[in-house]
Design a binder for this molecule. Structure first.
Ligand code: HPA
Length: 277
């Protein structure tokens, strides 16, 4: 695992990628649990294993393969990150968000982040989706901690971290795909243990609608790089304590529900991409 100060310049890795493809994607997509099928829907122009890209984190979670795919979908050039490295795996946030910086260096100006999350809002049902309106960072650290990258502001404004017009496009996409898409606040925790019922009650009081272990670091870095950000969660389970008597929150159940929603999730993301021409 590389350490923070040994990371290459994102522009160096980006140059390596751009040498191998003619496409110049302006849209980046990060695939979380439940969105993996998107990688099979796009027509691939070039594919890179993370291990061949300097600075890219090689994750350890099954189902997070670690490939950067450059391709076309509905006539839109896209850069797809299939597989993300999580803080709970032991990566520093500067490491796990390095691919986001590379997307920006490639020329991407719009980023769609996807994830699986536990539902806190009582109106959410398992299998629904949620477009993020805002987030609460409870990971306990920040990806911008450390030296200020040259030419970038470290005191990033997050008052409108999630782009409102893009969120509207997500809602349109959900309608076209025939899926329920709420709006709400995502609270990010470090994991890897799931939450206690007391934590979930506290998060609800804090104003959170869904809880997960990703996305927020990428949003912060993307905003520092000037990208417009949209993010969507697949609600894979009721958060701890909200699933009724005898509930257990299990990673296997999260993956199983995510798998069941992959097809509709892919249709929804496709309808979002169609609006980016
Ligand atoms: N908590 C945290 N992360 C998650 C959950 C959850 O309930 N479900 C999917 N990712």
């Amino acid at each position: 695992m590389p350490t923070k100060n040994r990371l290459p310049l994102p522009s160096v890795t980006a140059a390596l990628i751009l040498k191998r493809t003619k496409l110049r994607p302006r849209l980046g997509i990060v695939l979380g649990s439940g969105f993996g099928a998107v990688a099979r829907a796009i027509s691939v122009e070039h594919e890179f294993a993370y291990r061949d890209l300097p600075g890219f984190p090689v994750g350890t979670v099954p189902g997070h393969a670690g490939r950067l795919i450059i391709g076309e979908w509905h006539g839109v050039a896209v850069a797809l990150l299939a597989g993300r490295a999580h803080y709970y795996e032991g990566f520093e946030l500067a490491e796990s968000t390095f691919p986001t910086r590379v997307l920006a260096a490639l020329g991407v100006d719009t980023l769609l982040l996807t994830n699986a999350a536990g539902g806190i809002n009582a109106r959410f049902h398992v299998g629904d989706f949620m477009a993020l309106t805002d987030h609460i960072n409870l990971i306990g650290t920040n990806p911008l901690r450390g030296p200020e990258p040259e030419g970038l502001n470290r005191f990033v404004d997050l008052t409108a971290a999630y782009d409102a017009p893009l969120r509207k496009q997500l809602k349109t996409a959900a309608r076209k795909a025939g899926v329920k898409c709420h709006e709400g606040v995502y609270i990010a925790v470090s994991g890897p243990s799931f939450e206690t019922p007391a934590e979930i009650r506290a998060f609800r009081t804090l104003g959170a609608d869904a809880v997960g272990m990703s996305t927020v670091p990428e949003t912060i870095v993307a905003r520092q790089c000037g990208l417009k950000v949209a993010a969507v969660s697949c609600i894979t389970n009721a958060a701890a304590g909200l699933g009724g008597k005898g509930q257990v929150v299990s990673h296997l159940d999260v993956l199983e529900l995510a798998r069941q929603r992959e097809d509709v999730a892919t249709r929804m993301v496709g309808e979002f991409v169609r609006q980016q021409v």
